[in-house]
Design a protein around this ligand. Structure first.
Ligand code: ATP
Ligand code: MG
Length: 464
C-alpha cells in the first residue's frame, strides 16, 4: 500500500531501467582536471589503455572531486578481466572471493581495479561472459541477497549494478570526460542520494547498501531521495543476515568517517540502529549515555577532519564503556576487590559483544588499556602521574578522559589537570601533585622515576 502510494507520487521521476548510452560531459561541464587524479591511478588507466582495454577512474573519487572534496582513494574500472589486469601489472594481486578485484601496487599506494560487472537483473545476458550451467560466479540467496558477484559485463551494465547514481560516474583522464549513465552529475548538484534501479530490490540484493545510504548522506550532506528511502524501514532487519565482520567494517567506516555524529543521527532516522549495533541501541535510549556518545563522536569527527588518526579500538572503548562499568559494579558486591571486578567485567563485556558484532581480538588489548587508565588517571600524587606519562596509551587514555568530562562522566577539573601536567615545568609539576594518599608511592621513589620518565617524555604517542 505504502509502496504503491510512493510509486504513484514518485513514479514520474523514476529513471528508466536501461539507458541507451552514456551522457558524456566535457571538462567545462564537470571541472575535474587530470592533475587532480592520483598519479598511480593515472598510471593504471594509461597502462590498461595501452594494452588495448578501456579504463576509467570510478566511484567515490569522481563523486568527491565533482563535489570539491578530497578523495579518500582512487578506484579504477576496466573491461579487462581480473587475470588480464594481473598480466598488465607486475606488482598486482587478485583479492576477494565474494567480489574479485585486483590490487595494483604503485610505490606505497594501492589502486583497486575492478572489472565491469554485469547488472543483476538480466542475469547471464551478456554473450561474451555467459556463465556455465553450474558456474558459481554469481550466487543469489532465496530472498534475493547477492552472495557472490563475479559475472562480468560491459560498462553500461557495470553502471547499472553500482549502488547510487553519484557513485556511477566514470572519468577518463586522457580526455578529461565524465561518462554518466544514471544522472549522477545532476543528482550531485542537487545533493540527492538516489539508488539505481528498484530500491527494494537493490537493498534486498545487498542490505549493506542501506547503511551505505546513511553513511553517504551524512558524509556528503545529501538527502536521501524519498523513493530510495521508502523501503528501508521495512528491510532494515535484513541486516541481521550480513556476516558480522562485514557489518563491523561498515560501521567503522561510518563512525570514523569524520561525519559520525550526523551518520548516527541518520541511522537512527532510518531505523537502522537496531540490531546492527545493539550497543548503539542501548546508548541512544539513555540520556546519560547519549550525551557521552555525542561527545565521543564529536571529538572523533574533529580529530579525523584535522587529519589525525582515530582508531576502531578507541571507538569500541567508547561504545562499550557504560556496559563495562555497569558489569564491574555488579561484580563488586560479591566482596571482590575493585581490580578483579574490573578485569572480569572487561572480559565479560568484550566476549558478550563479540557474539553480536565480530570485532577482531587484536583490539582487546588497547580497549582494556584505555579503560584501566581511567582509574590510574585519578591518582595524582607521588610517582604515579610521572609513570603514567610514559605509558604507551597515555594519549588515548587522556583523550578518553576528556570525552568523559565533556559527557559529564568525569570531573572537568581532572581532565584540565592532565591537560596541563605533561607540558608543565618540573617545579610546576611538583606544585600540581596532590598530597600523597595513604598507601601511595614513597617520595624517595618518585625522584628516580621522574628522571626516567622525562627521558621518554618526548616520544609521540599515537592513538590506536
Ligand atoms: P568511499 O569514499 O567511502 O571510499 P566509495 O563510493 O568509493 O566511497 P567504495 O566502498 O570504495 O565506496 O566502493 C567503490 C564503488 O563501488 C562505489 O562508488 C560504488 O560504485 C561501488 N560499490 C561499492 N559497494 C557497493 C555495493 N554494496 N553495491 C553496489 N555498488 C557498490
Ligand atoms: Mg572508495
Amino acid at each position: 500500500m505504502i509502496r504503491r502510494l510512493i510509486n504513484k507520487v514518485f513514479g514520474k521521476t523514476a529513471r528508466p531501467k536501461t539507458v541507451a548510452g552514456p551522457r558524456i560531459l566535457a571538462l567545462e561541464a564537470h571541472g575535474i582536471r587530470r592533475e587532480q587524479i592520483h598519479p598511480c591511478a593515472l598510471k593504471t588507466t594509461r597502462a590498461l589503455k595501452a594494452a588495448g582495454y578501456s579504463a576509467f577512474v570510478v566511484g567515490g573519487a569522481v563523486r568527491d572531486l565533482l563535489l570539491g572534496h578530497e578523495p579518500k582513494d582512487f578506484d579504477v574500472a576496466t573491461n579487462a578481466l581480473p587475470e588480464e589486469v594481473r598480466q598488465v601489472f607486475r606488482r598486482s594481486r587478485l583479492i576477494g572471493r565474494r567480489f574479485q578485484i585486483v590490487h595494483v601496487y604503485c610505490g606505497g599506494d594501492t589502486i583497486e581495479v575492478t572489472t565491469f560487472r554485469a547488472a543483476t537483473a538480466d542475469k547471464g545476458a551478456d554473450k561474451d561472459f555467459e556463465a556455465d550451467e553450474d558456474d558459481d560466479s554469481r550466487v543469489t540467496a532465496d530472498d534475493g541477497m547477492l552472495l557472490r558477484d563475479n559475472v562480468f559485463g560491459n560498462q553500461a551494465e557495470d553502471a547499472e549494478r553500482r549502488d547510487f547514481t553519484v557513485n556511477a560516474l566514470y572519468y577518463d583522464p586522457d580526455t578529461e570526460e565524465v561518462w554518466e549513465w544514471h544522472g549522477g552529475v545532476e543528482d550531485a548538484r542537487n545533493k540527492v542520494l538516489r539508488i539505481i534501479g528498484d530500491p527494494a530490490q537493490r537493498f534486498r540484493e545487498d542490505p549493506v547498501r542501506m547503511l551505505r545510504a546513511a553513511r553517504f548522506a551524512a558524509k556528503l550532506d545529501f538527502h536521501i531521495d524519498p523513493a530510495t528511502r521508502a523501503p528501508i524501514a521495512e528491510l532494515a532487519t535484513m541486516l541481521e543476515r550480513i556476516p558480522s565482520s562485514r557489518l563491523f567494517d561498515e560501521m567503522m567506516k561510518l563512525l570514523l568517517s569524520g561525519h559520525a555524529e550526523r551518520g548516527v543521527r541518520q541511522l537512527r532516522a532510518e531505523g537502522l540502529h537496531h540490531g546492527i549495533l545493539p550497543m548503539l541501541d542501548a546508548i541512544l535510549d539513555d540520556p546519560e549515555r547519549q550525551k557521552f556518545l555525542h561527545a565521543a563522536l564529536h571529538d572523533t569527527d574533529q580529530r579525523v577532519r584535522q587529519g589525525h588518526s582515530a582508531s576502531p579500538a578507541f571507538m569500541l572503548a567508547c561504545l562499550l564503556w557504560f556496559d563495562m562499568r555497569a558489569e564491574s559494579q555488579r561484580n563488586q558486591p560479591a566482596g571482590r576487590s575493585d581490580q578483579s571486578a574490573l578485569f572480569e567485567a572487561m572480559d565479560a563485556v568484550l566476549e558478550r559483544q563479540r557474539r553480536v558484532l565480530a570485532f577482531p581480538r587484536r583490539f582487546d588489548g588497547t580497549i582494556k588499556e584505555i579503560w584501566t587508565l581511567q582509574t590510574r588517571l585519578e591518582q595524582r600524587s607521588g610517582a604515579r602521574p610521572f609513570r603514567l606519562l610514559a605509558h604507551p596509551r597515555f594519549r588515548a587514555g587522556y583523550d578518553f578522559l576528556t570525552i568523559r568530562a565533556l559527557g559529564g562522566d568525569a570531573a572537568q577539573e581532572l581532565a584540565d589537570w592532565w591537560k596541563r601536567f605533561p607540558d608543565a615545568s618540573d617545579s610546576e609539576r611538583e606544585a600540581m601533585l596532590l598530597k600523597p594518599q595513604p598507601g601511595s608511592a614513597k617520595p624517595k621513589r618518585r625522584r628516580r622515576r621522574k628522571t626516567t620518565v622525562e627521558g621518554e617524555g618526548a616520544i609521540e604517542v599515537k592513538l590506536g
